[in-house]
Write a protein that binds this ligand. Structure first.
Ligand SMILES: [Zn+2]
Length: 119
């Protein structure tokens, strides 16, 4: 019984460290991107490896900042194109200019939340 609790605490600690590392790596990626985009991509690779190993979720902030296919760090206006589309459903289109991969993110929930606030 006691052992189980210790293991749980260890797991929590591991995840906390992993989250910190992911945060640091993405922050670094953003910082070095203008000078060394290759290094930024490397940081993304490492951050994703850490995230997968610790089985944690990526913070919302960074979730859409990399390409799901080639794992490049994406900077709108630099190596990514961002467009809003309302049909067939409201979504953000993000295209990676490195590999041409297109990602779509619905923003229906955000829209509904906005509407909810107005009422
Ligand atoms: Zn890509």
């Amino acid at each position: 019984m006691a052992k189980k609790f210790i293991r749980q605490r260890e797991q929590r600690e591991k995840r906390r460290i992993a989250r910190e590392r992911v945060e640091t790596l993405f922050t670094l990626a953003e910082r070095v991107y203008p000078y060394e985009p290759e290094l930024a991509n490397r940081y993304v690779e490492i951050a994703l490896a850490v995230q997968q190993k610790a089985k944690i979720r990526l913070p919302r902030k960074w979730k859409r900042r990399y390409c799901k296919r080639c794992h490049s760090f994406l900077v709108p206006g630099k190596n990514a194109v961002v467009r809003l589309r309302s049909r067939p459903y409201p979504h953000v289109v993000m295209k990676c200019l490195n590999c041409g991969h297109v990602m779509r993110y619905p923003y229906l929930r955000e829209k509904k939340m906005k509407r909810g606030k107005k009422d």
